[in-house]
Write a protein of this length. Structure first.
Length: 276
């Protein structure tokens, strides 16, 4: 499968969140911005629902992309599609064993130090590609991909075998490698003092993907179970992310493996932990 890549010009408004008397609301005032960029979407509705594009727009406007929909919202007002400039391959996988081919295609496994010098655009591309790997894995389990979410409420929207919608929160760790593994799962709970990450998601499932490990590299747990796990234990909490604005919980994953479903995207899934 292939996605066409187009030049585009986008006009958008930025609305800031404000707080008055303890009540948070979205200001009616806005800043008007424009960006010229390449896209794979073809209309304004698709553009508005593409989280990676919105974060790229936020970056161009000098905003913290991680604060999208917590400190501000973006509304696209004009979308002008230009000429086609290329294509992006998107392979359709038939079996779980093909995940190694996807990971090789995107260079996920072979670049453990990719964070050191990559740009924000690279971050977006890597995040999109890793979400694709996870969505293909879920498809191999009988689910159907619907969309990626623009907002903070979840990352992937899938459909199960009974045609029920299921939301997933997906986090990718590219720092952990076979030779450099802290053993941690890192969970964001607050950003600048406000609930974020696992504290604000509407997803049913939380997925943590170690992109640079080739076994036991995908860990899943129901969001409610993860919240209870955090509440019932005194896990170490650190500050991290951009400008150390994010409050993060560190969970030693192998101490709590029985709470998770653990899979190998490159091999037959691990039998440890709970069944899917």
């Amino acid at each position: 499968m292939e996605d066409s890549i187009y030049d585009s010009d986008i006009e958008f408004h930025v609305f800031k969140y404000k707080t008055k008397k303890g009540r948070r609301y979205l200001s009616k005032k806005f800043e008007q911005k424009t960006i010229s960029t390449t896209v794979t979407v073809v209309d304004i509705d698709d553009a508005q629902s593409n989280v990676y594009l919105l974060k790229r727009m936020a970056r161009s406007a000098g905003l913290n992309p991680n604060a999208l929909n917590t400190e501000y919202k973006i509304k696209i007002t004009k979308f002008t599609l230009g000429k086609k400039v290329g294509v992006k391959s998107r392979p359709k996988l038939k079996m779980e064993k093909d995940y190694r081919d996807v990971e090789k295609l995107y260079g996920i496994l072979n670049e453990p130090n990719i964070l050191d010098e990559r740009s924000f655009e690279d971050d977006l591309k890597l995040g999109e590609e890793n979400e694709m790997v996870v969505s293909r894995f879920l498809e191999s389990k009988g689910m159907r991909y619907i969309s990626s979410c623009t907002y903070k409420e979840y990352d992937l929207l899938m459909c199960d075998k009974d045609n029920n919608e299921v939301k997933f929160e997906v986090k990718t760790d590219v720092l952990v490698t076979k030779d450099n593994d802290t053993g941690n799962i890192v969970i964001e709970i607050r950003y600048k003092g406000n609930p974020s990450g696992i504290s604000s998601t509407e997803a049913k499932w939380f997925v943590y993907y170690y992109a640079n490990l080739d076994k036991e590299n995908l860990w899943m747990i129901k969001v409610d179970d993860l919240k209870k796990l955090i509440k019932d234990n005194k896990f170490k909490i650190v500050m991290g992310g951009d400008n150390n604005d994010s409050e993060l919980v560190l969970i030693k994953r192998y101490d709590y493996i029985s709470k998770f479903k653990v899979y190998n995207l490159c091999q037959k899934e691990n039998t440890k932990g709970k069944n899917l």
